[in-house]
Design a protein around this ligand. Structure first.
Ligand code: SF4
Ligand code: SF4
Length: 473
């Protein structure tokens, strides 16, 4: 066995407390739903702070303008991605590939170091689920009351409460769906269409689609996604080792577990520090008992850490019976923070980040491509010049109208037939047909390498290579 690997533990049913056992059966059955008890403490405050910050960015970003355009807009119809001052086009797709690679290595690093911290603190599924649970608790009461209410007969009062809850959930879902679509279709046009009741089929379809996904995921699916559907939950264990910080129960300290009075010394009764209050299970959004050891269902949210710390404080015991710690520390050794795996992940991450930065800085503010006339390689015009025809494709990637001047390098004497300057609006693509005429005595080769030069208003030059072809004798 590799010294860095975490041992597999057999979680037998006899280890479960009765309440835990009930929570661990058939989570896919909605009637066995998990009623998540509220947990308060340092990690829950941190989670709320991070979630609020991310939600503010998510909901407000589509309303932010840069210049005359929406600051972040992934315009699929126009094939443009506006990101503040930069506009990306399909030809900049390598940047997207770099971005995903960076995100993947960032996640590898984070998971190796802190376990499933992404799931517990940053994942939209968790954030929206907690918003929905928050409203559920405000409208229907705490978890125990909700469980009891659902077991009892429906009353008019409960029907009203549940109706209000679902209306609130649907409004949040609609707002979410609207915001997601606002990243793809100008949010101003969306809102104008909305108030003018002028709904286009596709925008309405996508708003309803994302709203539906939000509502179903956060109201009903909840941890079913984390436990049974999300692929990340499955492959994360590959990244864990004995030095990964994960939420763990200190078995040595906690066992034997059992209820006792605060006034009695647990050692006298042969008990450890766990009073078997079951609170760590009741607050767990995935319904597991962390006292059974590391389980792939655990999203590292820290809810059990906070509630257990409160219990320990109440009993007058030291905090940290459940905490963010490593398997190595729990077995009485020092955690190895600096380890080869982390160096490799962070090294690749930094290399990717540097490449991304370099690629980003090399994104031009204008795109110029040259297409040769495919029907005719050349012709001889009535002045006796060899003439080649091209289409110059100019993309203005800036936020301002630009006047571009055009020229060609490669001949000392050349005639330009067509416009030599053109005004292009922001984000517009201009197709400019033109020809070059050269007297045969200038042409020593059947194919001459030339360069088209485009100068913008700031006198920056952009060059693109092409060829000039003459007839073969
Ligand atoms: S919250 Fe702490 S004391 Fe209570 S059952 Fe869980 S581990 Fe034991
Ligand atoms: S075991 Fe603790 S940290 Fe893991 S999901 Fe449950 S409450 Fe969150």
């Amino acid at each position: 066995m590799n010294q860095d690997q975490i041992d597999i533990k057999d979680i037998t049913l006899k280890k479960f407390t009765s309440s835990t056992y009930k929570r661990n059966i058939d989570r896919l059955n909605p009637s066995n739903r998990i009623y998540v008890r509220k947990s308060k403490g340092t990690f829950q405050r941190l989670r709320r702070f991070i979630a609020t910050f991310l939600l503010l960015i998510f909901f407000f970003m589509p309303w932010v303008s840069y210049g005359e355009r929406q600051a972040i807009l992934l315009d699929i119809v126009e094939q443009q991605f506006n990101f503040f001052s930069v506009t990306f086009y399909p030809q900049d797709l390598t940047l997207l590939a770099f971005f995903f690679l960076i995100a993947a290595f960032g996640l590898l690093f984070l998971t190796t170091f802190f376990g499933r911290i992404w799931c517990g603190y940053l994942c939209p599924q968790t954030v929206w689920t907690f918003i929905y649970i928050w409203f559920e608790e405000k409208l229907e009461g705490p978890a125990n009351k909700r469980r009891q209410q659902d077991l009892n007969k429906l009353t008019i009062q409960l029907v009203i409460k549940k109706t209000v809850k679902h209306v609130v959930w649907l409004m949040i879902a609609l707002l979410t769906g609207f915001t997601v679509v606002g990243y793809f279709i100008s949010v101003e046009n969306l809102i104008i269409d909305f108030f003018a009741l002028n709904f286009s089929f596709w925008s309405t379809f996508w708003v309803l689609f994302f709203s539906g996904c939000t509502y179903i995921n956060a109201s009903w699916m909840r941890s079913i996604i984390c436990v049974h559907i999300c692929p990340y939950a499955r492959f994360q264990s590959v990244m864990f080792d004995r030095d990964t910080f994960v939420v763990s129960y200190d078995f040595q300290r906690g066992e034997n577990r059992g209820p006792r009075s605060r006034k009695i010394n647990p050692k006298v009764l042969g008990f450890g520090d766990c009073i078997d209050c079951d609170l760590c299970v009741q607050v767990c959004p995935t319904g597991i008992d962390i006292r059974n050891g590391l389980q792939y269902e655990c999203i590292n949210c820290g809810a059990c850490v906070d509630i257990c710390n409160k219990t320990m404080a109440h009993m007058g015991y030291k905090k940290g019976l459940i905490g963010y710690t490593t398997e190595r520390r729990l077995s009485g050794h020092y955690t190895k923070i600096l380890r080869p795996k982390l160096f490799v992940y962070s090294g690749v991450f930094l290399i990717m980040l540097t490449c991304f930065g370099m690629q980003l800085s090399s994104v031009d503010s204008v795109g110029l491509s040259v297409l040769r006339d495919r029907n005719k390689l050349f012709k001889v015009n009535n002045l006796g010049e060899v003439e080649n025809t091209y289409i110059l494709k100019i993309i203005n990637k800036t936020q301002r109208v630009q006047e571009y001047r055009l020229n060609v390098k490669g001949f000392s004497d050349v005639s330009w037939y067509g416009k030599k300057s053109v005004k292009v609006k922001p984000g517009e693509i201009c197709n400019l047909p033109m020809s070059l005429g050269v007297y045969p005595n200038e042409l020593n080769l059947p194919v001459t390498a030339i360069r088209f030069v485009l100068s913008d208003t700031q006198n920056s030059n952009f060059e693109v290579e092409s060829r000039f072809v003459k007839w073969m004798n």
